[in-house]
Design a protein around this ligand. Structure first.
Ligand code: BGC
Length: 409
């Protein structure tokens, strides 16, 4: 099947996971505090801050036509109200490099990391943050807007709720009591009550703060130079109800997905980020059934769920879909090809049924810093030597790049 003209074929990345030396953000702090829950610090990451030009050239040479990356608020506004023109210029050069190589630039304004000063004043649990985020968007778009092709406000607005539902990290009370939260707060001269970091903001009021930040951020982006589509991205799963789990599944889906998908109706597109399926029984999330294949993240290998997820997101949000992330962590590159092949077959069926899907971004181009898991999981199409930073193209990169350049599966 031939994909529609202008279909975006790209890879996605987040500043903190690839740039290196992102010392002024909350994640860097949390990676280093006593009792840290991170497997290892991000350190130099993939040194993409310095090597972006060669990485962008490689992406284009492989056959892709788009690059989704995030710009780092902690670099652009290192202290409250203090904006760095030098850092904005850095991202301008990255955008220019994309255009030079014929890549559409999809920019994410916030991908999990925030400046330390935001984390110290209540982070995404404080209503003030929505306005501060909008002001940052305004300043950034003023400097960069003419080179942006598509913008995502916040990456995975629904992540905190999802973690909470999975029982993955902590409950409200537990998170406040964790030693690392107290240590991070101490390092910033505040108390644990005031410290909050995006992935761990489990308090219920954070949902309204995030939705408001998205709304105000999108407004600021639309008001600046450049005319480009604006949307949010969401972490979505293929949710299955085991016997008797239908009601719980529907409630989980309503809170973690529907509320956000409904808010996306006001946007130009919705970013679908899909990795795996989740079974739900009468008592909540269940482990995968017998015989399931697992990825390095411990997720079920279930690429077929991308199709279900696109259909669901499109029906609920009623706006075009961009698959802003989809991928698999594996040491066996042939399983990566198998995963993407099946995922794309599902995407093609959605297109065949007239669903408006505008692009597919593989997560990720490089083997990078996978947050709590450090450098263990290998999502990349391109391997990165941790000592020399040497890039090695894996067969999956050549395969997907070829497919992207023909735009046909
Ligand atoms: C996030 C990425 C992350 C990826 C793989 C997504 O939820 O946006 O930052 O690396 O999943 O776990």
């Amino acid at each position: 099947m031939r994909f529609p003209p202008g279909f975006l074929w790209g890879t996605a990345a987040a500043a903190h996971q690839v740039e290196g030396g992102n010392t002024n953000c909350d994640s860097w702090l949390l990676e280093h505090v006593d009792g840290t829950i991170y497997a290892e610090p991000s350190g130099d990451a993939c040194d993409h801050y310095r090597r972006y030009a060669e990485d962008i050239a490689l992406l284009a040479a492989l056959g892709f036509n788009a690059y989704r990356f995030s710009i780092e608020w902690a670099r652009i506004e290192p202290e409250q109200g203090e904006f760095s023109i030098a850092q904005l210029e850095h991202y301008r050069r990255m955008l220019a490099a994309c255009h030079e190589h014929g890549l559409k630039a999809v920019v994410t304004m916030h991908h999990f990391t925030s400046p330390r000063w935001i984390a110290a004043r209540g982070g995404w649990e404080s209503p003030e943050t929505a306005k501060l985020f909008a002001r940052y968007c305004e300043r950034a778009v003023d400097h960069l807007g003419d080179l942006v092709d598509t913008a995502c406000t916040l990456n995975e607005l629904n992540l905190g709720i999802l973690f909470q539902q999975q029982g993955f990290i902590y409950s409200d009370e537990e998170i406040l009591a964790t030693p690392w939260r107290a240590a991070a707060a101490r390092a910033l001269g505040t108390d644990a009550e005031n410290f909050s970091s995006f992935p761990f903001c489990v308090r219920s009021r954070s949902r309204d703060v995030l939705l408001e930040a998205h709304r105000l951020g999108a407004q600021a982006l639309r008001a600046g130079p450049g005319k480009f589509p604006v949307g949010m991205t969401l972490a979505l799963r293929d949710l299955h109800a085991a016997a008797g789990g239908e009601q719980v599944r529907d409630r989980i889906r309503f809170e973690a997905e529907d509320i956000f998908l409904q808010a996306a109706r006001a946007d130009d597109f919705v970013g679908v980020q899909y990795y795996t399926a989740q079974r739900i029984g009468p008592d909540g999330p269940l482990p995968p059934g017998p015989g399931a294949e697992f990825t390095q993240m411990g997720y079920e290998f279930w690429p077929d769920g991308l199709e279900t997820t696109i259909r669901y997101a499109s029906a609920k949000a009623q706006v075009p879909v961009i698959v802003t992330e989809n991928g698999v962590a594996t040491e066996d590159d042939s399983r990566r090809v198998a995963y993407v092949e099946r995922a794309l077959a599902g995407l093609a069926r959605c297109l065949g049924d007239g669903i408006d899907v505008r692009g597919y971004f593989y997560w990720s181009m490089l083997d990078n810093f996978e947050w709590l898991y450090g450098y263990g999981p290998k999502f990349g199409l391109v391997a990165v030597d941790r000592k020399t930073q040497r890039r090695t193209v894996k067969p999956s990169a050549a395969w997907l790049g070829r497919l992207a350049s023909t735009s046909e599966i």
